[in-house]
Design a protein around this ligand. Structure first.
Ligand SMILES: Cc1cc2nc3c(=O)[nH]c(=O)nc-3n(C[C@H](O)[C@H](O)[C@H](O)COP(=O)(O)OP(=O)(O)OC[C@H]3O[C@@H](n4cnc5c(N)ncnc54)[C@H](O)[C@@H]3O)c2cc1C
Length: 266
């Protein structure tokens, strides 16, 4: 079991919380089983502490200590995971909310560098005055973070045009288990591997903690239209969806859906 004094010595008194409300709020995510357990009043195995590192170096100290003491650290972005990504026993939750810096955007290269704890609304509000957007809008946009998007390889309703989060990451900084801070520089493309960014995409926090990300941004389109089409059955939806093309970029709207559809409609 981790001792709270050790954590306070590592990160400072204010960055370590053992308040019951805080532990309960970080005990789980939005996955159906945990939501049902919460509704039934079942205890969710809260962490022994919630820590809030404010810099990559602090995450490094935390993971080095965790390695030495064999303590499980669960990174927490917005907590909107639906696959029990936020759970554990005798673990410490690292809430990434203090890593919320946003650098001035680079309009020429169309890049912006942000802390992993930046939320969807924070990013949108920082990019919009310059006429830019990310083009990543999962339905959990308002309650999730950049680090969480990468750790879960997220996509959203604009992904048919702008790509999933894997297409929008130009480079990142992460802290490996053991505490080493590593960084992949933003580049249009790399010809060597294995690539740090690829390893972190969809890693669910098991390969390290993402601390900073450089994202590819796009100009806000002059027009934006929303439409909703209702189908009675997945099978009847698949054929028109497969033929549909995005009116802005003319890419197929449902390329991946088409590929998966035969097994879905059975
Ligand atoms: C209402 C609702 C709608 C949703 N819609 C979509 C959707 O349209 N598309 C979609 O893809 N998903 C969707 N999701 C799922 C979820 O929102 C995404 O998986 C999202 O990317 C999680 O981000 P988060 O910041 O909340 O991460 P969290 O839930 O906090 O964490 C998710 C996982 O990533 C790890 N993690 C978090 N931050 C870091 C970090 N900095 N470094 C390393 N690991 C980290 C956690 O340990 C956990 O394993 C939805 C969820 C809800 C509740």
């Amino acid at each position: 079991m981790p001792t709270i004094d050790e954590l306070r010595n590592l990160l400072g008194e204010d960055s370590v919380s053992v308040a019951k409300d805080d532990l309960d709020a970080h005990a789980g995510d939005w996955s159906p089983r945990l939501l049902l357990d919460r509704r039934r009043g079942t205890d969710l195995s809260p962490p022994v502490a919630v820590v809030r590192p404010g810099a990559a170096a602090e995450v490094g100290r935390l993971l080095s200590w965790a390695h030495d003491t064999r303590t499980a650290i669960v990174p927490f972005g917005g907590g909107s995971s639906v696959v029990e990504g936020i759970s554990g026993h005798d673990h410490v939750v690292a809430d990434m909310g203090r890593l919320d810096h946003i650098s001035p955007l680079d309009a020429k290269s169309r890049l912006v560098t942000v802390g992993a704890g930046v939320t969807g609304p924070q990013l949108r509000d920082a990019l919009a005055p310059g006429g830019f957007m990310l083009g990543h809008e999962p339905q959990s946009h308002d309650i999730s973070t950049v680090g969480g998007w990468i750790a879960t390889r997220a996509c959203g309703q604009l992904s048919a045009c702008y790509g999933g989060i894997e297409n929008l990451v130009a480079g990142l900084e992460a802290v490996l288990p053991g505490g080493r801070v590593v960084r992949s520089r933003p580049a249009p493309r790399r010809a060597t591997g294995p690539e740090l960014t690829d390893l972190m995409l969809g890693s669910e926090g098991v390969l390290g903690i993402i601390t900073e990300v450089t994202l590819r941004i796009s100009p806000i389109p002059a027009e934006r239209a929303h439409a909703c089409v209702r189908f009675d059955h997945m099978g009847t939806a698949s054929r028109p969806a497969a033929r549909s093309r995005n009116p802005i970029c003319n890419r197929p709207l449902c390329a991946s859906t088409t590929a998966r559809m035969p097994s879905c409609s059975r």
